[in-house]
Each structure stands twice: as C-alpha cells, then as structure tokens.
Design a protein around this ligand. Structure first.
Ligand SMILES: [Zn+2]
Length: 138
C-alpha cells in the first residue's frame, strides 16, 4: 500500500481533449511524445511508457502499424478538402495547381498527422480504460 500513491486530478479531461493533446489514454495526464510537434527532427520520438501512470503505449507488438490506416485517412481527408478548396476558390486551376499545394501541405502536415494518428489509434483501438484516480508507482 505504501509503495503506491493515488493521483487526484482537479479536472477530468475529455477523451477528445486527451486525443488532441496526445495524452495517455489511461490517465489523460502523461504525454505520449517526448518533444513538441514543431521539433521536426524529433517529432516521432515517443515515451515507451506513460511518465505518469507507467502504461505501456505500444500495447502489443506491431500496434503502431494500425495507426498508419488512421494516418492514411487523415491524408485523404486533407487531399479531398484541399482539392475542393482549390477548385472553388481558384476556379479549377491547371493540374499543377493541385499537385504542388497538396504535396506541400501533405509534407508539412506529416508531424501533426503522425502524432494525431497514433493518439487516435491508441485511444480508440488500444482498449485502455480511463482511470481518473490512477495508481502510480513511487
Ligand atoms: Zn498515463
């Protein structure tokens, strides 16, 4: 009993807040990634375990392969929305008017897409229960 401590949170973040902030699905406090997303040289570096509740983020071997499908979905969404925006606001530009902006936006959004995809996949398909009063090792 003495080796555990109960973490009491003043507020309970919603699942949506936890996903968008890339927080742990179990405690919704610990960060999933080591560095902020604008550190483009290290945007992909994750903690192996939650710094707050010690949950192992890669819940099974190869778990992150599933996040690629979420990432693919976000990429298609960006492509579709940007295509429609270009069509309507630039009056159906020539083909390079689509290819160049979509390529640039897709590349620029890689750090964001990578992180949000892993966060969405872990929260929705990791089958980790939210425990507001989580027990942490001291
Ligand atoms: Zn946690």
């Amino acid at each position: 009993m003495s080796q555990y401590q109960t973490l009491k949170l003043d507020h309970q973040p919603s699942r949506f807040q936890a996903i968008t902030a890339c927080k742990c699905p179990q405690c919704r406090e610990g960060k999933m990634f080591k560095y902020p997303f604008f550190r483009v040289d290290k945007f992909d570096q994750m903690h192996n375990n939650c710094p707050v509740c010690n949950l192992r983020y890669e819940v099974e071997p190869g778990f992150w392969y599933g996040a690629m499908f979420v990432s693919y979905g976000f990429s298609i969404l960006i492509l579709a929305v940007l295509g429609v925006v270009l069509y309507w606001f630039f009056n159906d530009p020539p083909i390079m008017g689509y290819i160049i902006p979509i390529t640039v936006i897709s590349l620029v959004s890689v750090p964001f897409n990578f992180r949000i995809s892993r966060s969405v996949f872990l929260h929705l398909f990791g089958f980790v229960k939210y425990k507001p009063e989580i027990v942490v090792n001291e």
